[in-house]
Structure formats: C-alpha cells, structure tokens
Write a protein that binds this ligand. Sequence first.
Ligand code: TEU
Ligand code: CA
Length: 556
Amino acid sequence: MDRKWWHGAVAYQIYPKSFQDSNQDGIGDLKGIIRRLDYLKELHVDILWLSPIYVSPFVDEGYDIADYQAIAPVFGTMEDFDELLREAKARGMELIMDLVLNHCSSEHPWFKQALSSPLSEEASFFYFRRGHDGLPPDNLRSYFGGSVWEKIEGDSDLYYLHYFAREQPDLNWYNEKLRERLFEMMNWWLDKGVAGFRVDAIMNIAKDLSFPGLPADGADGLCAASKMTARMAGEVSGFLKEMRDKTLKPHDAFSVGEAFSVREEDLAAFIGEDGCFSTIFDFSSHGLNEGLSRYCDFKPLTVKYFRDATFTAQEKANAVGFLAPIIENHDEPRGVSAILPRQWQNARGAQALGTVTLLLRGIPFIYQGQELGMTNTHFDSVYEIRDLLAREQYSACLKQGLSPYQALTILNCESRENARTPMLWDHSSFAGFSEVTPWLKVHQDQHRLCVEFQEGDPHSTLNHYRALTALKHHPDFRDTLTYGDFERMPCPDDDTICFRRVGERQEIGVIASFSHDTHVFPIGEAKILLTSGEVSFKEGELMVKPGSSAVFIIER
Ligand code: TEU
Ligand code: CA
C-alpha cells in the first residue's frame, strides 16, 4: 500500500461559529481559533476541518456559499485565514476546508446572473425546468422539507431545483464549464496551502435529467430526495474521478467525502488505492431517515446497533481502504446521548466510547466538544433553536398531531442544534467562548464539562482523549493502530464492544463495556496500555466493570 501522511492522522472538526469568539460579537471567528491552536496541539490533532467560513447569507449556517474564495467578514479576513493556516502548520497541523459543491447560495453572482438572463452561461450552471399542469417538474422532497422545486418570480411555470433549502440552488454537474469553475476554485485553495477538503453532500450531484420523480413516501405526496440520490449513486464516481485528476491528485491532497449511500461495489472507487477520496465518513450506524417527518420517526440508537453496523463497515473496508470513524458532527445530536444508554451518558460512558471510535481502523474525526464528553444541549423552548432543519421538523411534528411539548422533546433528542452550542472552555459566564451572550445558548453542564474543570483531572474525558491520541501516535503502537486489520472479537453481551487490531508483530485489543455486568476476559500474556473506568488485570484475567474500557497489547 502506498503510505500517506494522513493514514495515522487524528482529525478534528471545528464549527467556527461556536468555537471561540475573539471580538466579542457572540460569534466564533478565525482569530479565536488561532488562540486555541495550542489546545488542539495538546490533543495531538493532525488535521483541522473548518466548517464553512466563506461569504454566505447563513441560511444554512454557511453551507450556502455566496463567494467560494472570500471569507465571511463575521469570521474575519483572508489575512486572518492566512495567519491561521501559517500558525496551524507551525504546530504540525494541516487545514482542510469544507467544500460545498452540490449547491451554492441563491446570493451567489452565478445564480443572480442566471435569474437575470436565462440565456447566460451561468443559467446553465443550474437546473431550470418547466412544471406541468400547475405542478413542479417532479415530486421529490427537499432534505429540509417541501418540494425541491422553487418557482421563478414572474414566470408561471418555470422552476429551479434545490435539494436543500430554496436558498441553495443545486449546481448542474453535467455542465462541463461549471465543473471547470469549481475545479479552478479548488486549485486556488490548494495552491494557498490547504491540505485538502471535506466534501459536502457529494452523492447528490448525480441527477436523473428526465426528473421522473419517485413514488410518494409521505402524506405530502412527495418522495425524499435522498431516495433519488441513492438510485443515482453509481453515476457519482465518474464526476469524482475527474475532480480527483484535476485537483486532488496533482496536489497529493487529503479529502474526506460526506458520502451517504455509497454502494458496496463502489467502495474501492471511493476510498481504494486510487480512489476519488482519501476516505469517507463511516455513516453505517447513522440513521439516514429522510422521510417527511424524519425526526418524528427517529428510532433511538443502541450500543448493539452501533457496534454491529460499525463492525460490518470496518470489515468491508479492511482490504479496500480507510474509513473515517465518527460518533457525531454538526449535523447530528451528540454521540454520547444518541448511542449510549442513559446510565452511561456521562464521563464514564464518553471515555469508553472515545476508546472505541479513536482506535477503530481509519482516520478518526473528533467533533469539537466530543473530547469533553459533551452530551445534548437542553433547549427549553423551540425559540432557542436557530437551525432551519430543526424548525422545519418541529412544524412537521406538530402537523403529525404531536403536542408542542412532544415536538420539543424530539428536537432535544434529534436536532443537530444539540452539537452547535458554544465550546466550553471555562467556568466564566458564557464558558469563556465569548464575553457577550453567544448566538446560541451555552450547554447546561458547562461547569462539569468545561476544559478548565477537566484540565487537571487525570481521569477526565479530556485527558482520556489526550491519552488515546497519544497512543495513536506512539512509535511502538502507531503501525498496528494505523495499518493493523480490524477484527471483531466475541462480545459477552449486546452492550459490550470488543475488537482487536492485528499488526504484523503485535495485536492490540480494545474492550468497551456499557453493560450492567462486570465481565472477565482471559487475555493471558498481555500488557495493559490504557484503561478508563474500573478495570483490573490479574494472572492473565482482565476484569472490566460496567462503563469501563481497556486497551491491551499482545506481542507475538
Ligand atoms: O449535509 C448533507 C446531508 O445529507 C445532511 O443534511 C443529511 O441529510 C442529514 O444531516 C443526515 O442526518 C451537508 C452538511 O453537513 C449540512 O450541514 C448541510 O445542511 C447540508 O449538507 C447542505 O449543505
Ligand atoms: Ca466573533
């Protein structure tokens, strides 16, 4: 295998709006991130993924880009970005940008030009289609609810396509000029020295240009766009290979695809030796419930479901390439709250879950605050929630006949706003994130979760994550933890996760228990590398109490 610098890397996702405010406007910014680079270095992070920082009207928190090569003033200037890039590199950390290529903002000059002159080149960068009999061209439902078609002002049956919000018109990847403009932009960032990209919602770029629609999957007579995306999945890699050859490969860039519904037969094309991406996120255990009331219908995850889905994905990837294990991101509730039973939605559970996600095979991504063991934020009212998807799902729940209280309870479980509240730095008001009231409320457990509270405690979640990332980079274990095959091990019950990483000269075993029972594992001649919770090892027998984890090595 052609070894790459990122194979043993640990990545960290920063949601800039909520990471650190430096100019006291209640919104995170680039200078704030610069201030926290030493904290990230201490977490042994190699790759920093910045959620979008481009010029945007922020309808979808920056995933609606109005200028791909300019920094939103609220985050700072291009000079601030250049300083951040320099300062990160000076600490041995690489920066990757969030690349939103399925759509741009309706405020982007391309779209404005397209609307003002339908015969312009820019008009062909989008999907304009005529409806029929007063209906939109097809019956697909946006990820954010409602039709994916928006009528053009002043024209009775001309529409444009948007798989996400109406302010996010889809870009027409079948137009070669459009692709060239996107690739030019990517090369401009790569020439600046960014190490690569996280590629947003990329499976959606393939469309059935006859727009046939699909059988309705909800009372609104529409069908989730994600179902059409899944049907078109086979067509995406053609576009991605061109992108790889014209941008990523010439720069030897790192790329991670946000790729839902990748077909098993396409896995090698995506993450193989000559794949379109360096890796793709492992969404195998993440509900992709895109139905009309995706939140109302949600089914809580279980440890068993998370384990079995993750194990299967890991086994498929072993011989193909590297996945990017995650337990959460800016689109999801906090992993500790979503995956673990209530009694382990605490530091013990967070540490054991961290042991699993960081030592699986692949390039683990830590989402800001995950290293603190952050759980879901509790919202007392829907008016505290800003996210357009959450607000839309709230009304979908009400339409389903749920009470406001029931709808808010669902949002408190499912909404991605759970993960977007300010990073918790210290005990001061607003958690050291800002000196003024932040744009989104501060987590209710600020004082037990903040960095200041955990810094000095050797048994804190933060210090456990630091120990895990140190282990990942340790010269004696790095090779096995990077290239060692994943192998599932017998698990004593549904709430225990046991696997090993099999290297040439050593095996590293990983056990995490979310069980009610204490389990004893006869591991024989082994050395304990790291534990969390209550673990003891005597005469070859490893005793793991509930809510604990252990990492051990068996030298061959
Ligand atoms: O998300 C893409 C996407 O598919 C998600 O909306 C997904 O359907 C859902 O969150 C699964 O639970 C990306 C970004 O990560 C998200 O923040 C943006 O809202 C979206 O694309 C549009 O750019
Ligand atoms: Ca600010």
